[in-house]
Design a protein around this ligand. Sequence first.
Ligand code: AMP
Length: 418
Amino acid sequence: MIQLIRGFKDILPGEVEIWQQIESVARQLLEDFGFKEIRIPVMERTELFARSIGEDTDIVEKEMYTFPDRKGDLITLRPEATASIARAYIQHKLFAQDPVQKFYMIGPMFRRERPQKGRYRQFYQIDAEIFGVQSGLADAQLIYLLVTLFTRLELADINAHINSLGCPQCRPDFRKALTRYLVSVSDRLCSDCNRRRDRNPLRVLDCKVPTCREALTDAPSIQDSLCDDCRADFDEVMSALDNLNVPFVVDKRLVRGLDYYTRTAFEIQTTSLGAQSAVAGGGRYDNLVRELGGPDIPATGFAIGFDRLAELFGLNAPDMIPRPDIFLAALGAESQALAFEWVCLLGKSGIRAEMDMGAKSLKSQMKRADRLGAANVLIVGENELKEAAVILRNMATKEQEAVPIDRLVENLKKRFNK
Ligand code: AMP
C-alpha cells in the first residue's frame, strides 16, 4: 500500500471541523482589524527565499524543498509567506496608492525539518502582515490581535514573549559582543551553536540544548545594546500593550530564525504542547521590501502555526462532527424513490439529510441513523404511502408524529427554521 510522505499528514473528518472553526474565527477577527486576504502561489523562485530569509539560516541551508523545473529554473515550495507577500506588494505596486496595507493569508508551508509531534514537513500557517507603518503601535496591534484570537478560541496557557532585535545601527555591536562571549564559552556549546557562532550568532541564543542554555546564562543582552531609536520604539510597544492590558514578558533570548527581522520580535508560547512551545511568531522587518527591490517601506507581521493551534484547541474541543438533521428510512422501491427526492430537496434547503441508497431492512437503516447521530428519523414505508403521511421520530426524546406527505419539504423547512 502506498503511504503518505514522512512529515506530511492527512487532516481527516473529525479533526477538520476544528480547523474550520479556527479558520472562521481567525478570518472574522483579521477582517475586523482591517486585514485583506491575499492568495500567493505555493512555489516561487528559490532566489526569493534565499535572499529574504537569509543564506545562513536553517531554512535556506537545509530545509527548503528546492528542485529544478523542466527548464532547469530553481523553484522552491514556500517555507513561509512573508517573502511572497512582500514580493506581491512590490510586483503589483500595491504601495502606489497607499503604502499602508494589511494582508492575511492561510495555507500550507513546506520545510524539510525532522518530523515530530507538532513539527511537520507540510504545515499550515495563518499569516498577517502590515506594510507601511514604522511605529511600534503596529507591532502592538499584531500582538493584541493574536492574544484576542487565542482568547476567543478559549485557549488558556498562552504567554506573549517580546524582544527587540535592534537595527542595522545597533545590532552589529551586539553581534560582536555576543560572538566574543560565544568564543569564551565555546567548549560548553553544542556543535550546531559553534558552527553558527560566526555566521549567525543570534541564533545561538535560541538553542534548546540544556548545556547551551546554561552556558548562555551570562551572555550579553541585546536589551542593553539598543540605540536610542530602538529603545524608544520598544518602549512604545510595551506601553501600548500595557494600555491594552496585554500581559507579556520581555524575553532577551527571543530571536527569530529568519534574517530579515529588525526591532520587535515576538512569540506566543504555551506549555501545553511539550517541546514545540511556539504557537505563533513574528516581528518587524523594516528592510525587506527595499532589499527585494521595492521602495523603502517598513513592515511587520506574524505567522500562527495552524497545526499547533488546532492541537491546542482540540485538547478541550467538544466533538464537532456534523450530524444529520434527519435520516430518511425508506422501505420498498416507491418509498426509496420518494425518499431520494426528499433527501436532495432537503439538502438544497440547508437541512442535512441522509438515507441508505441500497435496499436495506428497517432495522439496519435505524442502526445507521443511530451511528450517524441523526437528530430525527423519517420513516417512509408502504403503510405511510397509503396513509399519505410519514412518521417523524425524534431520536433523543423517542417521540413520534405523523407528518403529511403533501408539502413535506416545506413543512420540514419550517420546523428546522430554514
Ligand atoms: P516561523 O515562520 O518559523 O516563525 O514559524 C511561525 C509558526 O509556525 C511557529 O510558531 C510554529 O507554530 C509554526 N511552525 C513552524 N514550523 C513548523 C513545522 N515544521 N511544523 C508545524 N508548525 C510549524
